[in-house]
Design a protein around this ligand. Structure first.
Ligand SMILES: NC(=O)C1=CN([C@@H]2O[C@H](COP(=O)(O)OP(=O)(O)OC[C@H]3O[C@@H](n4cnc5c(N)ncnc54)[C@H](O)[C@@H]3O)[C@@H](O)[C@H]2O)C=CC1
Ligand SMILES: O=C(O)[C@H]1O[C@H](OP(=O)(O)OP(=O)(O)OC[C@H]2O[C@@H](n3ccc(=O)[nH]c3=O)[C@H](O)[C@@H]2O)[C@H](O)[C@@H](O)[C@@H]1O
Length: 440
């Protein structure tokens, strides 16, 4: 079938590419001319494992194309909205201007009362109530809206798109519209449904809430274990052992209990804030009051990492040289949006230290968005003459690093393991002072 994906950033580019790879004819639309031009050459605009060969393959076989011109979507059966919904500059709410702009562009190019069955599919993460609002706008054109939230993780985006844990359809109340939307989406996802991926059909509000509830739950899990790390620090306990031990209980599970400098990225932080903001608007802010604590615990972990560094250096950061390993908000990504690593490096610099950062993939992006930062081209260059080393993104290359290979490069053998990803014994045996987050 013919599909348009409007907004081809982290989510949309992967979705468009994967939909082409399962056989659909896909047109990706974006207002960013550079992005469109680059994608058309088969080169992703960000680092995501597995994406490049699939993108290239589908550009070459002609099933995938990118454009800035909305009129080119006119003969598509499904229109996926995948534009950003960032946090507004002056508050916690989601900025809906990009979604609203897409709605107006679609209404301008799609025929009123089309002969064919078509549907608009919401993928962006939005405040509950958005789908119903959009359905009112499209009703005049006789076009059903369906909300189909996305759960992919950066670093696993291709796998998560082609083999997600579940697919959610938020369908309109009108039975005929719901049938049209379901039939079209079932055809689009036939390959995934054949692989027995669970499908949950529900109403608009539930589908929108599923997405933000999932991210809120994940954020809560991380802040829970980070709160525990404060207590293990205070008592000489070990939060990794604690997480392992509670995780054996299936009701708790082992995943998302990695304590450290906390969550960042383009989604969890802004999504929990937008969720709180929407609950306030609905007069139920109290129901989500706990998310303020989740957010605060998360931000405090960043300052705790700085405090640990200060303490390890005898109380003074001014005049010290710190080698920072990691800038991306997580490994296998070059995304630095609200990255704890970038934030912490900034705080350390603000306290008077000189910071040199190395990241295997995010150096270029960091240079673009923070041109004032000093970025090394190699790990060795970042740690040379350092008074302390901070590991802030758990890239495998940092986890595998033999500490003795850099022992003679640094000024002082102090390592702050912001992600609890190093083996303390190995580093101590090599003569390093090891400081983790909530670990002895
Ligand atoms: N990044 C991720 O891993 C995931 C993101 N999401 C959600 O997906 C949405 C998109 O997120 P990202 O892809 O990360 O954002 P992004 O900022 O990387 O991409 C958004 C794209 O939309 C384009 N755009 C803006 N206005 C446009 C318009 N009027 N017409 C066409 N294109 C336009 C921008 O130029 C940009 O390329 C957000 O709501 C996010 O919460 C959901 C799940 C995963
Ligand atoms: O809505 C979204 O955009 C996406 O947000 C997250 O995906 P993502 O942000 O790519 O990455 P995660 O793996 O969730 O990690 C988020 C942050 O939490 C941190 N984290 C994760 C797990 C953990 O145990 N501890 C921890 O500090 C990571 O380092 C990272 O900074 C969700 O996991 C996805 O399901 C969702 O689709």
């Amino acid at each position: 079938m013919k599909i348009s994906v409007i907004g081809v950033g982290y989510l949309g580019a992967v979705h468009a590419t994967c939909m082409a790879d399962i056989g659909h004819s896909v047109i990706g639309v974006d207002t960013d001319a550079d992005k469109v031009a680059r994608l058309n050459t088969g080169k992703p605009t960000f680092y995501e494992p597995e994406l490049e060969p699939i993108l290239k393959r589908n550009i070459e076989n002609g099933r995938l194309r990118f454009t800035q011109d909305m009129t080119e979507v006119v003969d598509c059966d499904l229109h996926f909205i995948a534009v950003g919904t960032p946090q507004v500059a002056d508050g916690n709410a989601a900025d809906m201007r990009y979604v609203d702009a897409v709605v107006e562009s679609l209404l301008a190019v799609l025929p009123a009362q089309s002969e064919r069955s078509i549907a608009v599919v919401g993928k962006s993460t939005v405040p509950v109530g958005t789908a119903a609002r959009l359905q009112e706008r499209f009703a005049g054109h006789g076009i059903p809206v369906v909300w189909n939230p996305e759960f992919l993780r950066e670093g696993f985006a291709v796998k998560d798109t082609l083999r997600p844990d579940r697919i959610v359809y938020g369908l309109p109340d009108d039975v005929e519209d719901a049938d049209t939307a379901r039939t079209l989406l079932d055809e689009c996802y036939a390959d995934l449904l054949a692989a027995k991926i669970p499908k949950v059909e529900t109403d608009f509000a539930t589908a929108e809430l599923v997405k933000v509830a999932a991210n809120a739950f994940l954020a809560t899990k991380i802040s829970f274990i980070n709160a525990m790390s404060v207590l293990t620090d205070a008592t000489g306990g070990d939060v990794k052992k604690l997480a392992e031990a509670i995780g054996y209980d299936d009701r708790i599970g082992k995943k998302f209990l990695r304590a450290g400098i906390g969550f960042g990225g383009g989604c969890l932080p802004k999504d929990i804030r937008a969720f709180m903001s929407r609950a306030d608007e609905l007069g139920h802010g109290d129901a989500l009051a706990f998310l303020h604590d989740v957010d605060d615990i998360n931000t405090r972990q960043r300052e705790r990492a700085v405090e640990k560094l200060r303490e390890a250096l005898g109380g003074e950061l001014s005049g010290k040289k710190i080698g920072v390993l990691g800038a991306a908000f997580k490994p296998d990504s070059d995304d630095i949006r609200d990255s704890p690593a970038v934030d912490i490096a900034g705080r350390v610099e603000h306290a008077g230290a000189t910071v040199v950062t190395y990241d295997p993939k995010a150096g270029e992006v960091l240079q673009k968005f923070k041109p004032e930062r000093v970025i090394a081209v190699s790990l060795e260059d970042a740690v040379r003459d350092a008074d302390a080393v901070m590991v802030l993104t758990e890239w495998k290359v940092f986890q595998d690093l033999d500490p003795s290979s850099i022992s003679d490069l640094v000024n002082t053998r102090i390592v702050i393991d912001g992600r609890n990803c190093l083996d303390p014994k190995r580093w101590r045996d090599a003569g390093w002072t090891y400081v983790g987050m909530g670990r002895k």
